[in-house]
Design a protein around this ligand. Structure first.
Ligand SMILES: CCCCCCCC/C=C\C=C\CC(=O)SCCNC(=O)CCNC(=O)[C@H](O)C(C)(C)COP(=O)(O)OP(=O)(O)OC[C@H]1O[C@@H](n2cnc3c(N)ncnc32)[C@H](O)[C@@H]1OP(=O)(O)O
Length: 719
């Protein structure tokens, strides 16, 4: 809805009303159309102000409408009517003016913003482009380079930047509506011809071809196969090279292609999935709206290795008081210096003062006695962690939440080392922890809902997207990674190369293939885990066949590389070679290829040609299959949890919506059929055996992903 009123005698005030973000639903658009007509036909009204209620101008088109019936007045003629009005129209921008919201404001003759407002055209992140004239008006207002930046990145900008760019005419720290009404009174009689952006020539430099060529190369490099950024460049090009009306036609044409694309569906699914994971639910029914977080004022981080440092930086940036404990003096000194550097660089980038003063460093674990919550980030070793949890339980004040940053170890076992297991949860950050958005909040069978709520709340404060999941080996992300990596090893044995397998995965949209990723994180990490599990022993020692463990196919390739001291980037050699230890540029390694040949010869394996389709099907479908098992086991409460974990923690291309959404797009029946096919060919690989939830979903007609929860409930109730 939109409410019309008359204020200050002659100003027509149109207030958008659609909480929480005044999205432009059919009812809001109808309200605007009616109110504008009324204002223009009322002789008492000399000028108009458009604002949004509850301190938000407008969050853009109503994304929920995209999938269904798009009735109601269309946006483009509505905005044209505002721009063509013969009375000045002023946008009063508070909170957000995003997407269609900013396009509406660009149709107004003037824009006044509150100093805390955020503006942007984020459609590209929904797989779309600003199709209500945004790609045509913005370049005409602020020039091609600045418009290309905002439209292709979708970034939100501050009111100050909007003023500097010329998007808004005035910024106020007072009431935006009052400022806009006063402004409207002042401009009531002013001519409007020079205020209609669609009539502006598009300012640009002489070498347009070079400018757009460079822009296109830039988006193609970062888009990893996403089509919307490319369409955004094409639409802005039309603004720069064609008259407004023709540009609008091009914008419409490009939008029509994007709007119906699978990528737009995937990205819009991600938008809602990201919000859905905040509404967590535990198997016992406890959930986000009934479990309140306890206030946290003081936090401790134990262990200042790479992860601990990143967590410390993310915590310090929230402004909370933090105690950082590292028992080894040398490590503590190095950490202090590294953390200060990270905080200073981060503050410089964000134009704020670095928050160095709220960290207290200590070598003594007793210094955490007064904190409200501890995040343990010591070396990934159960015996060490057990000891730390016993100490924490003894020294912390009653009620302190004890969190562990383990990436796979048993939360419940750690909880059992303390006097209050209900206060223990996992907070699994991803490296680098001050950069990566994902946080798995892991609850054990005894974790209290309040502990989960507090960890989720703290994560949000740290700028993380928290996903609450159950306790199992590897939780969600790393559990699914295991069969994915295993398939990649098997493909190497069968004739693949790291280069070809990585290429297939990178062309799919991952920033890095499985072998480059393994070189980056260190081959020794997986080796240590496999040794701990008794898998990586040499065959002579274990009396087992080198390629079989407990009757299952096993590839010792990773172990063999580690035995040669090839741990990846840090040693200068892994699946690839590097110029020197620590270098990042992966180069093909002839040694590795002849090693693979020798290995195959030794085990009587005949290399065959493996195509891209097989790489993708085996690596991705096996990972998806494990995702279905996770849902079946109740470790994740819905497919959205898994998808958000993979998009924000593991580089799954967002325009493919996450593994579970992707399975739905491919077709569950096809995923099932291919898994059956590969399992038949490799019966000694249990991960390839399709899980029963997948079979049930296919049997019930492959329902859309947003209805799986119901099927899962039924399957689980029958277990
Ligand atoms: C054949 C071809 C035909 C083509 C015809 C199409 C013509 C269309 C023409 C123009 C199209 C314009 C495109 C757009 O405008 S797309 C929308 C662009 N806007 C955005 O991307 C903004 C999205 N929202 C946000 O970024 C944030 O929500 C923000 C506004 C910054 C507020 O953030 P915050 O305070 O953190 O709140 P939440 O994100 O948690 O959101 C609160 C709830 O509001 C829901 N929401 C938010 N934005 C929208 C929206 N635009 N539409 C619908 N719903 C929205 C969000 O889901 C939360 O809901 P819930 O509480 O249920 O979880």
């Amino acid at each position: 809805m939109a409410l019309f009123s008359r204020v200050s005698g002659s100003v027509g005030l149109i207030t958008l009303q659609n909480p929480p973000v005044n999205a432009l639903s059919a009812a809001v658009r109808q309200g605007i159309v009616d109110s504008v007509k009324r204002a223009l036909s009322d002789p008492e009204v000399k000028s108009v102000v458009i604002c949004g209620e509850n301190g938000v101008f407008c969050g853009g088109a109503d994304i929920k409408e995209f999938g269904g019936n798009m009735s109601g007045p269309p946006l483009i003629p509505m905005i044209h009517a505002i721009e063509a009005a013969n009375k000045p129209v002023v946008a009063a921008i508070e909170g957000s003016a995003l997407g269609g919201g900013l396009e509406l404001a660009l149709g107004c003759h003037y824009r006044i913003a509150h100093s805390k407002a955020r503006l942007g055209l984020p459609e590209v992140s929904l797989g779309l482009l600003p199709a209500a004239g945004g790609t045509q008006r913005l370049p005409r207002l602020i020039g091609v380079p600045a418009a290309l930046d905002l439209i292709t990145t979708g970034r939100h900008i501050t009111a100050a930047e909007a003023l500097q760019l010329g998007i808004v005419d005035q910024v106020t720290k007072q009431s935006t509506v009052n400022a806009a009404v006063n402004f409207a009174l002042n401009v009531a009689e002013k001519p409007l011809d020079a205020r209609r952006i669609s009539t502006f020539p598009c300012p640009h430099s002489s070498d347009l071809d070079a400018l757009f060529e460079e822009a296109m190369q830039k988006v193609q490099k970062s888009a990893r196969g996403a089509i919307a950024p490319v369409a955004c460049v094409q639409a802005v090009r039309a603004a720069a090279t064609q008259p407004y009306n023709q540009g609008m036609e091009r914008e419409k044409e490009l939008m029509a292609t994007l709007f119906t694309s699978g990528q737009a569906r995937a990205l819009q699914y991600c938008f809602f999935a990201q919000r859905a994971v905040g509404k967590w639910r535990m198997p016992n029914g406890a959930c986000w709206d009934t479990s309140k977080p306890r206030p946290v004022h003081k936090v401790a981080v134990i262990g200042l290795g790479t992860m601990g440092r990143g967590i410390l930086v993310a915590l310090a940036q929230t402004g909370l008081s933090v105690v950082a404990v590292e028992t080894q003096e040398m490590q503590l000194m190095e950490a202090k210096q590294a953390v200060s550097g990270m905080l200073e660089r981060g503050a410089k980038r964000r134009g704020v003062v670095p928050t160095l003063h709220n960290i207290t460093y200590s070598q003594n674990i007793k210094s955490v006695a007064e904190v409200d919550l501890v995040i343990e980030a010591v070396f990934e070793d159960m015996a060490l962690k057990e000891k730390v949890f016993q100490q924490l339980s003894a020294v912390c004040k009653p009620g302190t939440f004890l969190c562990t940053n383990t990436s796979a170890l048993d939360i419940d076992h750690l909880a059992s080392q303390t006097g209050n297991p209900e206060l223990v949860v996992g907070m699994h950050f991803f490296a680098p922890a001050h950069v990566m958005k994902l946080l798995e909040v892991v609850y054990g069978p005894r974790s209290s809902p309040q502990a989960v709520a507090t960890a989720m709340h703290l994560g949000k404060k740290m700028g993380k997207i928290g996903v609450a999941v159950g306790n199992c080996r590897g939780f969600v992300g790393n559990r699914m990674l295991k069969p994915y990596i295993e398939q990649a090893f098997f493909l190497l044995e069968e004739g693949g190369t790291p280069e070809k397998i990585d290429q297939a995965l990178e062309e799919f949209g991952f920033p890095m293939g499985v072998f480059k990723m393994s070189d980056l994180s260190g081959l020794d990490i997986g080796w240590r885990v496999r040794k701990g599990d008794g898998l990586a022993e040499s065959s002579a020692a274990s009396q087992q066949s080198p390629r079989i463990r407990d009757g299952r196919r096993y590839s010792p390739l990773g172990d063999l590389l580690c035995e040669q001291g090839r741990f990846g980037q840090k040693t200068g050699h892994g699946w690839y070679q590097y110029d020197k230890p620590g270098s990042q540029l992966a180069r093909s390694d002839p040694w590795l290829h002849s090693f693979l040949e020798g290995y195959r010869a030794q085990h009587g394996l005949v290399a065959r040609r493996i195509d891209q389709q097989e790489v993708l099907e085996r690596c991705l479908y096996v990972l998806i299959n494990e995702g279905f098992r996770i849902l079946e086991d109740g470790i994740a409460s819905g497919p959205e949890d898994i998808d958000i974990i993979y998009v924000f923690g593991y580089g799954w291309p967002r325009h493919r919506g996450g593994p579970m959404f992707y399975a739905g797009m491919v077709g569950l029946a096809k995923v099932l059929e291919r898994l059956e096919h590969y399992h038949q060919a490799h019966p000694d690989v249990p991960y390839l055996q399709p899980c029963s939830l997948l079979r049930r979903l296919v049997a019930s007609g492959s329902p859309p992903v947003n209805t799986w929860k119901e099927v899962i409930k039924k399957v689980r109730s029958q277990l």
